[in-house]
Ligand binder design. Structure first.
Ligand SMILES: [Mg+2]
Length: 182
């Protein structure tokens, strides 16, 4: 079996409906209708999927670590019947004020995945819905793709310091484009 290509994907606003300020329990998790099919398409085309997500709500006491684990398990349970699973979920549960190296826009979670799984990051895609995803991707040397199914208003990225390589309505179109790149 050949080596799978890593792809990094944000959680809230990309896989599921973004809840403000944070999803606090598993019942609030609402995957988009296209999420499982899009992840399956990536898997079938040789990608290994990593989720990288800021979850400051844990440090703020809004989301318990048990709830965070239940949410991860619910997402895995949604994809497992398709014959695969997400390789790993990386969460940064630190406060913004802690300046944790894992907290996006810092690239720490991607670098941790690289070190843990011996990944080649060059040309790896990162799909996110927020400026901090795009900056994190760029700083890690990945190719940033923006989706508009989350918190970013159309056109607002033009003012960002780090810009997405491409912009898509959702993970569905982003995944279709990614697999076309070969
Ligand atoms: Mg997000």
């Amino acid at each position: 079996m050949g080596t799978r290509k890593p792809i990094f994907i944000d959680r809230d606003g990309v896989l599921n409906v973004d809840v403000s300020p944070y999803i606090s329990n598993v019942d609030q998790l609402q995957l988009f209708s296209w999420t499982v099919g899009s992840l399956l398409k990536l898997h079938e085309n040789g990608f290994e999927i990593y989720v990288v997500s800021n979850q400051q709500g844990v440090a703020l006491g809004i989301t318990s670590s048990e709830a965070l684990e239940q949410i991860t398990e619910k997402i895995q349970s949604a994809v497992r019947p398709e014959g695969f699973s997400i390789k790993k979920f990386y969460h940064c549960t630190a406060l913004d004020s802690e300046n944790h190296p894992w907290r996006k826009p810092s690239p720490g979670m991607i670098l941790a995945a690289r070190d843990e799984f011996n990944l080649e990051l060059g040309d790896a895609f990162f799909i996110g819905d927020k400026w901090s995803d795009i900056e994190c991707a760029a700083r890690a040397g990945c190719r940033p793709l923006l989706v508009l199914s989350g918190v970013t208003a159309p056109g607002s990225w033009e003012q960002w310091k780090f810009k997405p390589e491409r912009v898509f309505p959702s993970l569905k179109e982003a995944a279709e484009w990614v697999v076309e790149q070969g």
